[in-house]
Write a protein that binds this ligand. Structure first.
Ligand code: OGA
Ligand code: NI
Length: 378
C-alpha cells in the first residue's frame, strides 16, 4: 500500500464527524443501517495489522485436517486418535465430519440467531451489558470497553451452564430462540464430551480403548461434564472497505475446545499456520474445532491454541456460531500432573476463570497475551 493511499484513507472520512462515539458501542449492524460508504476511522487498523499486507497471506486456502467422528467412535479409533493428536499439535484446528448433530438443530440455531440480529435495535440493545460475566450479552467488537480500534463484528453471548439458572435471562424474542439454543447447547455439549474423552486418550491420560464404548468409566470426565459452556453468535455485516479492518483481530480462544459452525457460504476464518495467514475452506455439515488456551495449558504445551482472525466481505454479511467449552468456573486450570516430568517440566502457572475474566476486563484482548501471561519462563 502506498503512503499516499494510507494518508488518503486517514483523512478522507467526512461522515466520521457525524458519528458520535456512543454509536460505535451500539454495534456495526446499527451503524451500517445508516448506509456507510466508508469504514469510519474507529475501525481502521494500523497499516501493518490490516489483512492482505503480505503477499503470502491468504494466497492459499487451507484444507484443515479432517477428523471423522464415526471413525473415532468405531474400530478405527486408535488410528483416528493419532490423526487427532497430530492435528492438535500441528494446526491447533481440525474439521469434524459425521458429527451426528441433526442438521435441523444446526439450522434452527442459525435461524434463531439471524432473527435476533434482525430485531429492531431497541429490542437487541436490551441485552447490552458491560459485565463480562453476564449470562446474556449483546455487544460489538472484541472488548468494546478496551479496544482502541473496533472490530467489524456484533455478537450475542449466551452462558449455557447450568441451563435452568441461565435460561430465564436469555432473550424472549425471537420466540424460538430459547428452544433452539437449549437443543443446540445440549447437542454440542455431548459432542464436546466425546471429543474431550478422545483428547484425554490421545494425550495418554486414560487408557486407549479399542472403541469409545469400552471406556465409559473415565474418571476425569466428571469435571468436564460440569464444565462451562458459552454460545456465541457472531454477525459480521458486509463492509465497504474490507482491507482496512477485521471482523475479529488475531486471538486465541480461552477455553478447552471451541466448536465452531462457520458460515457455509461466506469464507472469512483465517488461522496462522507456518507463519502465514491461511483461509479455512468450509466443509458443508461440519464443525471447525480448535484447541483453546486451557487445553494448551492442560497439555503442558503439547497441543497449541493457535491464533486466528476473521476477514469481512465486501458484498455479503457473514454469521458463525461458536460453542466455547471449558472446566467449571471455579476450577483451576493447570498442566496435567501426568504430563510433567524432569524431561518435560511444567510450562504454565495455574490459572482460573476469575483471573481470566479480570485479565480480559483490564487488557485489550490481543494475540495470545493472556496465555503468555501464564507462561513460566526458565
Ligand atoms: C470466535 C471465532 C471465528 C468465525 O468466535 O472466537 O474465532 O469464523 N470465530 O466467526
Ligand atoms: Ni476464536
Amino acid at each position: 500500500m502506498s503512503p499516499a493511499f494510507v494518508l488518503e484513507v486517514q483523512t478522507n472520512r467526512e461522515e466520521e464527524e457525524l458519528v458520535e462515539s456512543h454509536e460505535y458501542h451500539d454495534g456495526v449492524k446499527h451503524l451500517c443501517e445508516r448506509g456507510l460508504a466508508k469504514v469510519p476511522r474507529k475501525y481502521i487498523l494500523p497499516a501493518l495489522d490490516r489483512p492482505f499486507m503480505s503477499k503470502k497471506d491468504g494466497a492459499t486456502n487451507l484444507k484443515l485436517p479432517v477428523i471423522d467422528l464415526a471413525k473415532l467412535q468405531g474400530p478405527d479409533r486408535v488410528h483416528t486418535l493419532k490423526s487427532l493428536s497430530k492435528a492438535c499439535e500441528e494446526y491447533g484446528f481440525f474439521q469434524l465430519i459425521n458429527h451426528g448433530i441433526a442438521s435441523e438443530s444446526v439450522l434452527n440455531m442459525f435461524q434463531a440467531a439471524r432473527k435476533f440480529f434482525e430485531l429492531p435495535f431497541e429490542e437487541r440493545s436490551k441485552y447490552m451489558s458491560k459485565d463480562q460475566s453476564a449470562p446474556v450479552r449483546y455487544g460489538t467488537s472484541f472488548n468494546q470497553n478496551k479496544d482502541s480500534v473496533f472490530c467489524w463484528r456484533d455478537f450475542l453471548k449466551l452462558s449455557c451452564h447450568p441451563l435452568s439458572d441461565v435460561l430465564p435471562n436469555w432473550p424472549s424474542s425471537p420466540a424460538e430462540l430459547r428452544q433452539a439454543v437449549v437443543n443446540y447447547s445440549k447437542e454440542t455439549k455431548s459432542l464436546y464430551l466425546m471429543l474431550v474423552k478422545a483428547v484425554l486418550e490421545s494425550l495418554g491420560l486414560v487408557e486407549t480403548a479399542k472403541n469409545a464404548d469400552e471406556n465409559d468409566s473415565c474418571d476425569h470426565l466428571e469435571e468436564f461434564e460440569d464444565g462451562s459452556q458459552l454460545i456465541v453468535a457472531n454477525f459480521y455485516p458486509s463492509c465497504p472497505e474490507p482491507d482496512l479492518t477485521l471482523g475479529m483481530t488475531p486471538h486465541s480462544d480461552y477455553g478447552f475446545l471451541t466448536l465452531l459452525l462457520p458460515d457455509e457460504e461466506v469464507k472469512g476464518l483465517q488461522i496462522q499456520h507456518e507463519g502465514r495467514w491461511v483461509t479455512v475452506e468450509p466443509i458443508p455439515n461440519s464443525f471447525v474445532v480448535n484447541v483453546g488456551d486451557h487445553l494448551e495449558i492442560f497439555s503442558n504445551g503439547r497441543y497449541s491454541s493457535v491464533l486466528h482472525r476473521v476477514l469481512v466481505n465486501p458484498f455479503k454479511s457473514r454469521m458463525s456460531i461458536a460453542s466455547l467449552h471449558s472446566l467449571p468456573f471455579n476450577s483451576m486450570i493447570r498442566p496435567s500432573p501426568k504430563l510433567i516430568s524432569d524431561a518435560n517440566p511444567r510450562r504454565y502457572m495455574d490459572t482460573d476463570f476469575a483471573s481470566f475474566i479480570g485479565y480480559m476486563a483490564s487488557h485489550e484482548h490481543k494475540n495470545k497475551n493472556f496465555l503468555e501471561s501464564r507462561r513460566l519462563t526458565d
